[in-house]
Design a protein around this ligand. Structure first.
Ligand SMILES: Cc1cc2nc3c(=O)[nH]c(=O)nc-3n(C[C@H](O)[C@H](O)[C@H](O)COP(=O)(O)OP(=O)(O)OC[C@H]3O[C@@H](n4cnc5c(N)ncnc54)[C@H](O)[C@@H]3O)c2cc1C
Length: 592
């Protein structure tokens, strides 16, 4: 089993040289923050990630949470690590200062999230949902709800869940049936939620469930869904957890991966009704829940990055050691010398670095939207975050399937055997394209709401920006081939955009048929954009003798590999987009 170390050099290169983090901090008036300071904070996170969390990854896999008479008991060791995380202030990193948060830039949140998930994905699903719940409550809760619940959620004293799914309501939340009936100053909520991540555990003294349900007079469909806060323990007159509320875990799922994360069936109101408080306006619950989901969607995208990084590190270590070649003098050499093993390792490496770049770009854009001083700039940055979110969630998690698959392949038979840990990364990665909205749902969001919704305007601004980067790269002789390839990929994306705008309203199935390939095209393109910018910066630094030469040369080589082996996939995606829905929809359902 290989150790995990956070790729600090890559992260600090992106933050300090590629992303203009310092300029964002200056523009936002963040006097106490800059790239150097961010990197100092990351060093400490990286230490905890490798020393405290990484060893727990396999423990969670082998010793999953158990449901007992008094509720769910999490994997041994998780509670101590979680406490260390919360006590050291990591849970409060991005929250508002008013509730005890540190109001740090979102980019730092994205980078530390990568560390926590690489350390132990199953454990860090718990704080992911708490962070999302804090965002939703900050944005939509009443002053009283915020005052009462946020400080303990922000500090990590209490964790939170996100309760959307019901047996008949998965992707289609219009079918949500849980009911909430007014009762004085609160509501009584009843019904069942399934697949609730970290729905119960013993790590903290309270759990705050954020739940979608319907009021008695609610209209049918998504316009009749409201959002509620349901604490596991009701608060006493001092604001501390007291009487048990009527919400219980009645089962936990046995599943392919993330064994350490309890996936719970929660029954609300079996004994008369769970006390619930309305968050936001009646019947506007889905909109409020989206605040939480957008945060969580980028977080799940980062899970794809994290598991890929860990799978890559282990595969590279194995490939350096495993002897399978024999020289003419009889001496043996390791598999890392075979071109095909190099192909796999380079693909894993290039994909992971591109994922990291895009995740950080999206984190920084979230900061730009958050700190924007005038409404126009705020709208512009928010629209860009809107575009990035389904790409980060959809593309990073899809690519993580390939990276973790290759991680096993590099190991040969040993990869299929559980002891190496490579199989766990593959199993853990599999859920990431499913929860927080499947790949199909992310792609529909990108092609429909985010592209057709504004007639492709925000997308065009992004394509123009990528084009400008290609133009600027073309001025450097050694990057001219990359610049041309990047511009070709932008042209492809522009054609896909035009195809969607033209066919989206004409053919009922066109958007659904094209959307996943469109989303993947945008992912490979954005990945190429950030790798191209990184290569450009690396070239400039090498030319001026600044920075770590070995790192910068490796960056250039990895970018070249990305441009030769991954960026060309945009062409295949475009062809599939343009094929439309004809062959997809031609067979009758009985013929399948
Ligand atoms: C381990 C785990 C943890 C989870 N954690 C949580 C949690 O904490 N909270 C919570 O509320 N839920 C949670 N979920 C539920 C998860 O979000 C849902 O499983 C997911 O949204 C998909 O819903 P579904 O399973 O009902 O699949 P379905 O919606 O039945 O989808 C089946 C297939 O149909 C496709 N499909 C469905 N609708 C469309 C459409 N309109 N267009 C195109 N394709 C479509 C999907 O892409 C998918 O391929 C979790 C699930 C798992 C397995």
């Amino acid at each position: 089993m290989s150790d995990y170390h956070f790729p600090y050099k890559d992260a600090s290169f992106l933050i300090n040289h590629v992303l203009d983090f310092d300029r964002m901090c200056e523009a936002a008036g963040l006097e106490d923050m800059n790239g150097e300071m961010a990197c100092a904070i990351l060093e400490e996170a990286a230490r905890i990630g490798s020393e405290v969390f990484a060893p727990l990854n396999v423990v969670g896999d082998k010793f999953p949470a158990r449901l007992e008479a008094d509720g769910v008991h999490e994997t041994p060791g998780f509670a101590g690590a979680y406490r260390q995380y919360a006590d050291n202030g990591w849970a409060a990193l991005n929250a508002d200062e008013e509730y005890g948060g540190q109001a740090m830039p979102r980019l730092l949140g994205a980078v530390t999230t990568e560390i926590w998930y690489s350390g132990c994905t199953a454990l860090f699903l718990c704080p992911l949902l708490t962070t999302g719940a804090v965002e939703a409550l900050q944005a939509h809760g009443t002053e009283e709800l915020k005052r009462t619940y946020l400080p303990d959620m922000v500090s990590g004293n209490w964790t939170a869940t996100m309760c959307l799914t019901e047996p008949q309501a998965g992707s289609d939340l219009a079918a949500v049936a849980c009911r909430a009936v007014p009762q004085g100053d609160h509501y009584l909520l009843s019904g069942q939620k399934i697949y609730i991540t970290w729905g119960d555990h013993q790590m903290t003294e309270n759990i705050i469930h954020i739940v979608l349900a319907r009021l008695p007079d609610a209209p049918a469909g998504v316009k009749g869904i409201s959002l509620f806060l349901v604490p596991k323990f009701l608060l006493d007159e001092n604001g501390r957890p007291g009487k048990r509320n009527d919400v219980y875990c009645v089962g936990i799922e046995h599943k392919l991966g993330i064994h350490g994360s309890p996936t719970c069936t929660l029954n609300f109101g079996d004994n008369g009704g769970a006390v619930a408080y309305l968050v936001g306006q009646p019947n506007q619950g889905l909109m409020a829940m989206f605040t939480m989901m957008n945060e969580a969607r980028q977080g799940v995208g980062i899970q794809g990055l994290s598991v890929s990084e860990r799978s890559y590190q282990q595969a590279a270590a194995f490939a350096r050691e495993r002897l399978q070649g024999t020289r003419s003098d009889g001496s043996r050499y390791p598999i890392i010398e075979f071109p095909d093993v190099r192909r796999m390792l380079m693909l894993m490496r290039a994909a992971t670095e591109a994922m990291r770049g895009l995740a950080y770009v999206a984190g920084l854009e979230t900061d730009r939207a958050h700190y924007a001083k005038d409404p126009d700039a705020q709208r512009k940055h928010a629209a860009r975050v809107g575009l990035y979110t389904p790409i980060v969630k959809g593309w990073l998690t899809e690519l993580a399937q390939e990276v973790t698959y290759l991680g096993i392949q590099v190991h040969g038979g040993m990869g299929y055997i559980e002891e190496t840990g490579s199989a766990q990364f593959y199993r853990d990665a599999r859920i990431m394209t499913i929860y927080e909205g499947t790949t199909g749902i992310q792609a529909l969001d990108l092609a429909g709401r985010k592209t057709l919704g504004d007639k492709g305007e925000a997308l065009q601004v992004l394509l123009d920006e990528i084009s400008a980067s290609a133009e600027s790269m073309s001025g450097v002789a050694s990057l001219a081939v990359m610049a041309e390839a990047l511009q070709r990929a932008v042209d492809g994306a522009a054609q896909a955009r035009a195809w969607l705008l033209e066919n989206g309203s004409r053919d009922r199935n066109a958007v659904g048929a094209a959307s996943v390939n469109f989303m993947l095209l945008m992912g490979y393109l954005c990945g190429g954009w950030i790798m191209g910018r990184a290569a450009h910066k690396a070239r400039q630094m090498l030319d001026t003798g600044a920075g770590d030469e070995a790192f910068l040369r490796a960056k250039l080589t990895t970018a070249q590999f990305y441009f030769e082996h991954l960026l060309p996939r945009t062409g295949a995606c475009l062809a599939a987009v343009r094929a439309g829905s004809a062959s997809m929809m031609a067979l009758a359902a009985e013929q399948f």
